[in-house]
Ligand binder design. Structure first.
Ligand code: GLN
Ligand code: ZN
Length: 763
């Protein structure tokens, strides 16, 4: 019989219980026991839910108080010395200090958090392991076996999940950039052997070892590390069956290495790697079980169960049902928890979707069908009807949008004139001084703003009262900017809860959820809006507020839009058409908005694209085709305006070396980027690849609560003018100011403007 399995379940809790628990612990409002009790309650609920849904291999150790990569660092003793407790134990407090730093107290100095970065191409962030030459690994936590036993005591036999040793090392960093972490593999495998022996002794039979790195572009040394590690792990635990799990990618040139793994099982992602099944089936070793990642763990759509069953049957007839596991493509931590909680969503829309809980049931239904068990018949029928209805729905398909998108011409992705001519027209229209100053868009989202929004959502404030409040905020920030002497003003974005959600709420083809949270990092979750249909813009989205701000001042006010690539990247997207097509529809909607802003007298418009870099595919060889459509979409969005309208874009992060040509090809008149913390990396990039238009390398580190000194900003600008011609240099912060407080923002911007003035005097 085929077996229903899961790779991981959201750990945040149905109502973000984990967030409330750890934040209460951090605030000193609950003690360690209470935190651990609440965490255990989330695990219990998750295990019971999956068992009740019909999952046979229910995962354990997929839970984490903060991050499973950090848990792994702790498990193997890769704990940087600065976090060690004086008595050599690792308690909760050093765990959280690694995750988020610790401020100084009278009895001990503060310490910064470890580095955090995105987990593959997801929006989940992990804590980067720190590994150094001569590192000794030892078991420092028994979390995997503890949680296995905990489930066992509840009557649930689980499949423990471990992050595999090769992926762990490949994700780690070292103080010495030349150091190769794989040289430590043998010592690390020693520790994993002990962990596996503990799990075997506790009664585990299958253990899932996640090795998503086997889906990346690897060199031969890296690729061969998998075989070496697993030969030892398999030999060390003869009673265990190891499932090596690869996800987020197809296997391509790593197919041979995957097939050669000595493990008892291999998991593949059939959402990202559709073609892998046909490839593997004839070549799979006789004693190897195949886990089929059929249910998309990274999106919100119902699986086409009939299709999944048909795919699974190919595997069962080739391998025999006993060698087949039915699974999600990857862990379900990238899906929202429970669609049933969306009581505000209309029934039709809901009938198209499945969140983690519903996906667990889908896996069980596919398994039942494959096994010839008729109990799931009615669910299969309902699924077929829902999938067909979604495909045909008028809400999804808007012929006008499709026609318009098909009719896009190359000229629509071109400004009327090349940059040097536009520049002249813009200089005339704007008459800005040298070293013009501006900000990235948002001003502090104060407690009052959040309170007003919450009151409006609860109906305690009327729409007019709320609007009046926002008007006053906008007016105040315009007055502040004029007084401070900024050259290009912004309205401050007080009306926006989130730069994607705000537009998603106003575009046709978008839906939002009330509880569709997905963990982003630690206690932080995001609630991405959902693109379900052809996207269009029923009415202007920003003209009211930006026009109002412009009416208050003679200085130019910059209209703030979120770019098409970022809208796509930070939403759940359609799975029934290429992402490039969805992006193009978004681009056309934003293009219309830019046109309306221009007609309303707005002379500067910024189209933010902070997510363009993180949208890069995992494999290098796929980059070019992505960048081609991503850049084209940005250009469609930003090229519908007159030469004299100055188009800005903004990106976070300073690491652009590898995509700088694409960034230049976006052809924005002005680009602002993070720079102040990059230690010159951004400028190095521009030294090697001169940027043809204007640039504002950030001079104000908005991630820190520190006030920027004028001298600091001047020093950064002096470095910048060595690389960027001074008549093309802008002065601005690294990013939006919404997470900061006015107490820091006011003096920092004053100092930033003073720095620009100093630069002007010393011309
Ligand atoms: N305009 C946005 C803001 O200032 C940009 C945010 C971002 O780059 N992530 O908040
Ligand atoms: Zn930014």
């Amino acid at each position: 019989m085929a077996t229903s399995t899961n790779l991981g379940f959201p750990r945040i809790g149905a109502n973000r219980e984990l967030k409330w628990a750890v934040e209460a612990y951090w605030a000193g409002k609950v003690d360690r026991r209470e935190l651990l009790r609440r965490a255990a309650e989330i695990r219990r609920a998750n295990w019971a839910l999956q068992r009740d849904a019909g999952i046979t291999h229910v995962p354990s150790n997929d839970f984490s108080l903060y991050d499973h990569v950090l848990d792994t660092s702790v498990m193997v003793g890769a704990i940087p010395e600065r976090y060690e407790e004086p008595d050599g134990t690792t308690g909760l407090d050093s765990y959280f200090a690694m995750a988020r730093g610790r401020t100084a107290s009278p009895d001990r100095p503060g310490v910064a958090a470890m580095e955090m970065t995105k987990w593959f191409d997801t929006n989940y962030h992990y804590i980067v392991p720190e590994i150094n030459k001569g590192q000794i690994f030892t078991i420092r936590s028994e979390k995997p076996v503890d949680e296995f036993r905990e489930a066992k005591a509840l009557g649930i036999h689980t499949r423990p999940v471990l992050l595999g040793p090769v992926t762990f090392l490949l994700l780690s960093k070292s103080a010495d950039p030349a150091f190769d972490p794989l040289t430590l593999l043998e010592g690390l495998v020693d520790v994993y052997e002990s962990v596996l022996r503990q799990l075997a002794a506790a009664g585990a039979d299958w253990v899932q070892m996640d090795e998503p790195a086997l889906g990346l572009t690897l060199d031969n040394r890296q690729r061969s590390a998998f075989g070496r590690a697993y030969a030892r792990l398999v030999a060390a635990s003869p009673t265990l069956k190891i499932l090596a799990a690869v996800y987020f990618s197809d296997l391509r040139e790593n197919t041979k290495a995957a097939l050669a793994l000595p493990t008892q099982g291999l998991h593949i992602d059939l959402v990202r790697g559709r073609g892998d099944l046909e490839n593997l089936l004839p070549k799979l070793r006789q004693d190897m079980t195949l886990s089929l990642g059929l249910v998309d763990g990274r999106n919100v759509w119902k699986t086409d169960l009939a299709e999944a069953v048909a795919t699974a049957r190919k595997a069962t007839s080739a391998l025999g049902p006993d060698r087949v596991l039915i699974a999600p493509s990857c862990s379900l931590i990238h899906s929202p928890v429970d669609l049933d909680a969306e009581t505000g969503m209309d029934a039709e829309m809901k009938s198209w979707m499945a969140f983690a809980k519903q996906k667990a049931r889908e896996i069980a239904v596919v398994t039942a069908a494959v096994n010839g068990d008729s109990s799931a018949r009615s669910e299969l029928e309902a699924n077929a009807a829902a999938v067909a209805a979604r495909r045909a729905s008028k809400r999804v398909h808007d012929p006008k949008v499709k026609e318009r998108s098909a009719a896009v011409t190359p000229e629509m992705a071109e400004r009327a004139s090349p940059y040097p001519e536009r520049r002249k027209a813009q200089q005339q229209a704007l008459r800005l001084p040298a070293y013009p100053t501006t900000t990235i868009g948002s001003f502090p989202q104060t407690a009052e703003i959040r309170k007003a929004r919450a009151s409006r959502n609860r109906g305690e404030l009327t729409a007019e009262e709320y609007e009046g409040f926002i008007r006053e905020e906008v007016a105040r920030s315009v007055r502040f900017q004029e007084k401070t002497g900024l050259d290009v003003l912004v309205h401050g974005e007080p009306e926006r809860n989130d730069m994607v959600e705000y537009f998603g709420e106003q575009l046709k083809g978008y839906a939002s959820t009330s509880n569709g949270w997905v963990q982003s990092y630690g206690s932080r979750a995001v609630k991405p809006p959902i693109i379900f249909g052809d996207v269009s813009r029923p009415a202007p989205m920003t003209v009211g507020w930006i026009g109002y701000a412009q009416s208050l001042t003679n200085s130019p006010v910059k209209g703030m839009l979120t770019g098409p690539v970022t809208m796509l990247q930070w939403s759940f997207a359609r799975d029934d058409q290429p992402r490039s097509e969805t992006c193009r529809q978004l681009a056309l909607a934003i293009r219309d908005e830019a046109g309306d802003l221009e007609r309303a007298g707005i002379r500067v418009i910024q189209v933010d694209e902070p997510a363009i870099r993180e949208g890069l595919p995992l494999r290098r060889e796929d980059w070019d085709s992505y960048l081609e459509w991503a850049v084209e979409c940005f250009r469609i969005a930003s090229s519908g305006v007159e030469d004299r309208t100055q188009m800005h874009t903004h990106m976070c992060y300073a690491a652009y070396d590898d995509i700088i040509d694409a960034v230049a090809a976006m052809d924005a008149d002005v680009i602002s980027m993070e720079n102040s913390r990059s230690d010159g990396a951004l400028l190095e990039t521009f030294k090697k690849h001169p940027y043809p238009n204007e640039i504002g390398p950030g001079v104000y580190d908005i991630h820190s609560p520190r006030v920027v000194e004028r001298a600091e900003a001047v020093a950064l600008l002096r470095r910048a003018v060595e690389v960027i011609p001074k008549d093309r240099l802008w002065v601005n912060p690294d990013c939006g100011l919404k997470t900061r407080r006015w107490e820091e923002v006011e003096p920092s911007l004053r100092n930033m403007v003073a720095a620009a003035k100093e630069m002007r005097r010393k011309r």
